[in-house]
Each structure stands twice: as structure tokens, then as C-alpha cells.
Design a protein around this ligand. Sequence first.
Ligand code: APR
Length: 275
Amino acid sequence: MEGQVESLIDRAASDLVHSRHAIALTGAGISTESGIPDFRGPNGVWTKNPEAERRAYRSYETFLMDPKAYWEERLSDTAPFAIIFREVEKARPNPGHLALAELEEMGILKGVITQNVDGLHRRAGSRNILEYHGCSFRLRCAACGTRFEREDYDLEGLRGRGELPPRCRSCGGVVKSDTVSFGEPIPSDVARQSQEESLKCDLMLICGTSAVVYPFAELPRIVGRRQAGGAATVIEVNAEPTPLTQEGISDFIIQGLTGEILPRIVEEVKRRLTG
Ligand code: APR
């Protein structure tokens, strides 16, 4: 097993060194070693609390029907969002995040498209980041799309004065969390850029995602369709096989923890570059 992992790490490092436009796609799995639970792994938030997932599926509908109720729920201490938000605030980037930031610094990785809303890629030093499901430290106007930092609004003060929902300072529209809920469209700027990157890349390094949530899960399949012409290499680094593995979308999976595998790939890349 270890010998196979070792040779796959070598193969991934060689593919990265020879790539022209490599991008990384990440999911909650890359943040579990920072103490933030994933959703569908053995200790996932949805795995342990299916009711929380059902509630999450209703969040966007609540927002559309009653933005004030949406905010009352989000700001209540027991809401899953509040619990996850407290975990996120305490979390620090782990060696997996740092490894991707280092590959970008070396000019090998051109960017990261992440489903995570924890902001850890940015705090690790990554710069070209597409936050496909938004960021829990930001708010976004549902009318004009303007984004704000969460601390730009005194949400507890608005709540106390009965003045929820927060209003957009550009257009007066209703402001929601920047995080994208089930059923909510992906913001068009991020959706377009992610599609462009998936069409342009010749290597996609997919880290810590079960690849079951659309439309994000469509991105590797875009590459898979291009692969017919051998256009791109898809590499998974994940604790367990995923539909991408089973469907043959990925060329290979390095099964293990991103916090251990990704730094070893970076070391092998460095060894190859310095000869
Ligand atoms: N290293 C590698 N893989 C890991 C690690 C780790 N340290 N920890 C967990 N994993 C794997 C799990 O085995 C699982 O296959 O990462 C994957 C995480 O999958 P999910 O929990 O489904 O998370 P994700 O794919 O990001 O979910 C997508 O679902 O609920 C929505 O909006 C939410 O963005 C999220 C989306």
C-alpha cells in the first residue's frame, strides 16, 4: 500500500511539473485536519445530523420567503451555521492548505476552486481562489451581488433593534450570508470563472471532496469529457474513493489524508525542480 502511495505521489509530482495550467479543486475534506468537520465523511455534520441537512436544504427557501426569519435562524446560537461558524473562526490552515499555497507560489498551481466557506486557503497564502460556495466571513446583496465583510454590519445590533434583514449599501436590496445554500444559484462571476478554468486546465488536482454536490461536481466532468482527447489529467487526493474514481473521471486517486499527501507531493516537486 505505502509503495503504491509513494509511486502515485511521484507520478502526481511529475504531472504537476510538466503541466501548463494546473488547478486544484477542494472540498471539506481538506479542512478536517484543521478541526472543521466535513459533511459526509464518517464524522460528517450531515452524517451525524441528517435533520441539520434537511434544515440546510430549506435555508434558501426561508430566505426568499422571509429574510428576517432567515437571519433570526442564522444568528441563533443553536443553528448548525452558528456552530460551524464558531469552529471556522477558531480554525487555522493545515499542511494541506499550505501545500497548495506553496504550489501556487512556485508558479505550478494557477489557482484553487474551493467549495469551502472557511477562508482557510486565503489564510494559508493562496491568492487565486474561487470560493464556489461563497465565504462565511462575507455577506452578499441578493439583488445586486455586492459583497461585504461580515463585520461591516452590526448584525446583533440590527437584531436587537428589530431591524433585520440587513440592507445593501449600494442598492438597498436584502443582504444574506455570502455562503451559497442548496438550491441557490452559484454567483455568476464565480460560476463563469470556474467553468473557464475547467476548460483551460491541463491538470485538475481534486482534494477532499466527495464530488456529489452539483453544479461543483460538474467541473471535473467537464475535464473528463475533454479527456477524450487526452486534454487533461485528473488526480484525486481523498480519504476514500468517490464517484469520480468509480466513473473513471480521475486518472488516479492517492488515497490518504490531504494534510499528509499534499506536502509529500510538494517535496517531490521541489526535488524534481532542483534536480
Ligand atoms: N484528507 C482527505 N480526504 C478527507 C479528509 C482528509 N483529511 N477528511 C475527509 N476527507 C474526505 C471524506 O472521506 C469525503 O470523501 O473528504 C470528502 C468530504 O466530502 P463531503 O463531506 O461531502 O464535503 P464536500 O465534498 O466538500 O461537500 C460538498 O456539500 O453540504 C454541501 O455546501 C456543502 O460545500 C459542501 C458540499
